[in-house]
Design a protein around this ligand. Sequence first.
Ligand SMILES: Cc1cc2nc3c(=O)[nH]c(=O)nc-3n(C[C@H](O)[C@H](O)[C@H](O)COP(=O)(O)OP(=O)(O)OC[C@H]3O[C@@H](n4cnc5c(N)ncnc54)[C@H](O)[C@@H]3O)c2cc1C
Length: 445
Amino acid sequence: MAGSEAAWQAAQAGIPVVIHEMRPQVETFAHRTGNLAEMVCSNSFRSDDSEQNAVGLLHWEMRAAGGLIMQTADRHRLPAGGALAVDRDPFSEEVTATLRAHPLVTVEEGEISELPAEGHWIIATGPLTSGALAEAIRAETGAESLAFFDAIAPIVYADSIDMDTAWMQSRYDKGETEEEQKAYLNCPMTKDQYEAFIDALLAADKTEFHEGETAGYFDGCLPIEVMAERGRETLRHGPMKPVGLTNAHKPDEKAWAVVQLRRDNKLGTLYNIVGFQTKMKYGAQTEVFRMIPGLENASFARLGGIHRNTFLNSPTLLDGEMRLRSRPNIRFAGQITGVEGYVESAAMGLLAGRLAVAEITGKTLPPVPAETAMGALVTHITGGAEAKTFQPMNVNFGLFPPVEGLKGGRRGRKDRYKAYTDRAKSLWTDWLQSTVTGAEASPAE
Ligand SMILES: Cc1cc2nc3c(=O)[nH]c(=O)nc-3n(C[C@H](O)[C@H](O)[C@H](O)COP(=O)(O)OP(=O)(O)OC[C@H]3O[C@@H](n4cnc5c(N)ncnc54)[C@H](O)[C@@H]3O)c2cc1C
């Protein structure tokens, strides 16, 4: 996804590109063909609503930028209500044919197993990056900076949490400053609530790993339901332990268990539920997590998951232009940068392609506005996210700087989202205008 889009953007701007694709010579457990832009699982690009949905807005921004992935997806659209579902084989066949037919694009089949020392490169090898290249990246960045599994805890919009039930406090009030002493958001449970929660966890529908996906999985990312299966008290002595916490609303009542949430972005609009990585199905997750006192009306920016997923600690490794700080001739794009999803991956390819073109043609671009979907994502992965707990992220409105003066909470949501998307469209249009190069104005034949 990302590599195809990056190549298209650069070639359309008049820059010759070589795409290196290891398939079909080297296969992955998920891909079935040798095509570029293969959709490995669902055939959905999710919501196409550019007024009320952040991924729909990303569609809009990519279309405005002449994105190959979006224009091809539009041509192979299947009926799916408000979602953009795609006829996957004709889609990837057409992306492949279009790129192969482009006079400035060459496709070379074969694995890249080293980090190239010279030339302008975009590494967009995805969640299933080959072992040899992953090793080379690890050698460059350090073992801690490249993960092979994600362990995604659900992320909740801060303004949907009931603060009449929850309170802010770090365990044992640890920390030098007041901000640190109140870094966590706590949701208390009584014994009955805890027992009901464990029952629901045990009964919930779970997803299975794909075949070939599990090697190395149990390294410190046990799903909460697996912890619950090991014993009804396990969670109460693990991520839900109540010690060192005093309920600010009921100081005399000792909670039987406490669920903690931690800030997930610098804006403070998102909180993740600490230690709650899970393989529960999405429907089950919302049901079970809304049993937590304080989260009865929670809106989820993303739900939890555990997948085979190679990704960088981008906030520490990449600069704002998606270049590897230690080797600026290499950019990263796509899922390997810590975004999640076909659309987000392609979007980061689009941006990396354009940033590379600017660099090659000696143009200085203004930063991508953080108020656009594209900018919100790239700002998050290259600095907005907490580096210590960095996990892959879908695009969502929690990543956007708030529009001042609008009503918070559920009631104001429709107007708020419309304000976000109007602002983004205007700023993205301006930004695109600033990237127009001579070569792009008259694309190569
Ligand atoms: C099993 C699975 C299911 C998924 N399901 C969904 C889903 O349903 N919906 C969704 O939105 N997202 C899904 N994703 C997440 C993700 O969005 C997609 O994987 C998406 O394709 C990522 O785009 P990308 O461009 O970063 O990587 P990819 O589309 O995977 O492209 C990377 C390319 O690099 C190639 N490559 C890897 N290593 C090398 C190398 N060393 N040399 C040369 N080529 C190399 C690969 O063969 C591949 O073609 C899923 C991921 C996985 C692993």
